[in-house]
Design a protein around this ligand. Structure first.
Ligand SMILES: NC(=O)c1ccc[n+]([C@@H]2O[C@H](COP(=O)([O-])OP(=O)(O)OC[C@H]3O[C@@H](n4cnc5c(N)ncnc54)[C@H](O)[C@@H]3O)[C@@H](O)[C@H]2O)c1
Length: 294
């Protein structure tokens, strides 16, 4: 679909990182933007920053893991603007799980699934029926990750399982929309090709009491800066992709109606081939083994 001034874009997880960059890009293109996020102070700041550029902004505190909260978001978006063209189900968290899977806390799984998977499903249920009924062209972008969306990083396996689900969910959504000959398309986003400097490493800042950890972590949370420093010390160069590059990639991808919003990357291609080949050969997933001792 062609992005045009006056259209309406809804972005979840819009107060920071990739979500904020997407909202900024849509606003720069003249779209009205609905910013949804669970973190009120950051949301207010993001909304003020966009309004200062002259953008038309509706900001709302939303917890995507709660169905009612997302239903109310849709209600508010339609009350404010009467139509929605673009929906980015982007809010996501790292689970905070550590150690082997059999040692994980169930709440790490519950929280990550509630936000990363149920959050996307709630977005689909709250918005798609109204987008279809409106009859206007539209597009849904669900944020996955190379971690899980392509192959799991076993050291971040809960997150990987949720992001793998986002790919399958979006493939199914695409098929359902096609079967209805809908004017609404769907894409799955793999932000990258490199790491992004965002708040994802500090996801625990938004962890609600109902999914609280039941025992203290054995190791403290590592910040992105600490991780980068450790990688450098180990002689590994870390490359970053800017959030603006991801936002431009998304806007172009919507315009071109591309399903796989997967940036060109030799590393990703190698992983995809290795995983597919392992499945075709019915061989063990040896492409994961170098991580197993981490
Ligand atoms: N940073 C990366 O390298 C990277 C790579 C691949 C995929 N992603 C994905 O990109 C998306 C955006 O993450 P980011 O990297 O910009 O991190 P971020 O932490 O900067 O942004 C995520 C936003 O989601 C919000 N959020 C968290 N829980 C929420 C909830 N329950 N309801 C509503 N909002 C909630 C946060 O407040 C935050 O503003 C996530 O889905 C993430 O998994 C990030």
């Amino acid at each position: 679909m062609e992005l045009r001034p006056g259209q309406v874009a809804v972005v979840t997880g819009a107060a920071s990182g990739i979500g904020f960059a997407m909202a900024r890009r849509f606003a720069a293109d003249g779209l009205k933007v609905v910013l949804a996020d669970v973190e009120k102070a950051a949301l207010d700041e993001a909304a003020a920053e966009l309004r200062a550029t002259g953008a038309e902004v509706h900001a709302r505190v939303v917890d995507v893991s709660e169905r009612d909260s997302v239903m109310e978001l849709a209600e508010a978006a339609y009350d404010a603007y009467g139509v929605v063209h673009v929906l980015c189900n982007n809010a996501g968290v790292g689970s905070g799980a550590e150690g082997r899977m059999w040692e994980h806390e169930p709440n790490d799984w519950k929280w990550a699934f509630a936000v990363n998977v149920w959050g996307v499903f709630h977005g689909v249920q709250a918005f798609v029926p109204r987008m279809l009924a409106g009859g206007e062209p539209g597009h849904i972008v669900n944020t996955s990750s190379g971690d899980g969306g392509i192959a799991p990083l076993p050291t971040a396996s809960v997150y990987a399982v949720t992001k793998s689900a986002v790919v399958t969910l979006t493939e199914s959504l695409y098929a359902h929309l096609k079967a209805e000959h809908a004017r609404v398309g769907a894409s799955v986003l793999f932000p990258g090709p490199h790491m992004l400097r965002t708040g994802l490493w500090e996801s625990h800042r938004n962890r609600p009491e109902r999914y609280a950890k039941q025992r203290p972590r054995r190791t403290p949370y590592r910040s992105l800066d600490q991780w980068e420093a450790a990688m450098k010390e180990a002689g590994q160069e870390v490359r970053f992709t800017s959030v603006e590059e991801v936002a431009d990639f998304v806007a172009d991808g919507i315009g071109e109606g591309r399903f796989w919003l997967l940036p060109e990357s030799e590393h990703s291609d190698r992983q995809i081939r290795a995983r597919s080949q392992s499945m075709l050969d019915r061989s063990d997933p040896a492409y994961l083994e170098r991580f197993i001792l981490d």
